[in-house]
Design a protein around this ligand. Structure first.
Ligand code: AMP
Length: 213
């Protein structure tokens, strides 16, 4: 199965994709996680990526497409989180999957109103090592700054700091919202209101993709 998860920053795509990947065995492909791993490794791509990410800007389409291309044809199925983020990326994804004769099975849009998004992003933290997300208000790690899962350091991402958050919202409206229209014009988008608890959103998401988990 190939699933695309769409939604603004802070909608909970990463959290839900991780859970879905655990329950279904599908490969979770998060371009944001891949880029953060490159930054942590200090690679050439990581150095370039950091400049864009810290400001909340998108990397060039060609860079992202080249990075994700080889991961798309995974027999276990793929769960795309954070890609495609522009219409050019969506068109490129269509082309790749068409060539491989592996169409997208489901596109899910997770929507959350702006006030809630800003509130979520300003309390969000993440494990530097395993990327487990935390909410410093409602779901903090048991020991401050230490990941419950792997013992890694829990940090606030530079791009979750207030100036970057505002820019990410603007970039989302300008460049990513049109991706939703692109898919909607084909009439195959499942809508989820993602304001509930992670458990209830997961329930809805599972129903939307027909996994029943
Ligand atoms: P995310 O974790 O999905 O919020 O992504 C974090 C940052 O990585 C974004 O704000 C962008 O700077 C960069 N990024 C992730 N995915 C993409 C993409 N598909 N296209 C361009 N830039 C991306």
């Amino acid at each position: 199965m190939r699933i695309v998860l769409l939604g603004p920053p802070g909608a909970g795509k990463g959290t839900q994709a991780r859970r879905l990947s655990e329950s279904t065995g599908m490969n979770h492909l998060s371009t944001g996680d891949m880029l953060r791993a490159e930054v942590a490794a200090g690679s050439e791509l990581g150095l370039v990526a950091k400049g864009y990410m810290d400001k909340g800007e998108l990397l060039p389409d060609s860079t992202i497409i080249a990075m994700i291309q080889q991961h798309l044809a995974n027999p276990a199925g793929v769960l795309l989180d954070g890609f495609p983020r522009t219409v050019v990326q969506a068109e490129s994804l269509d082309e790749s999957l068409e060539t491989a004769n592996q169409p997208i099975d489901k596109i899910v849009h997770m929507s959350v109103d702006v006030d809630e998004l800003v509130k979520r992003l300003s309390s969000r933290a993440i494990c530097k090592d395993c990327q487990t997300p935390y909410n410093l208000v409602s779901d903090a790690p048991s020991k401050e700054g230490v990941c419950d899962k792997c013992g890694g350091e829990v940090i606030v991402r530079d791009d979750d700091k207030p100036e970057a958050v505002l820019n990410r919202m603007k970039v989302y409206e300008e460049l990513t919202a049109p991706v939703l229209d692109y898919y909607k014009s084909r009439g195959d988008v499942a809508e989820i209101i993602a304001t509930g608890s992670p458990d209830s959103v997961f329930e809805e998401l599972s129903q939307a993709i027909g996994s029943g988990k």
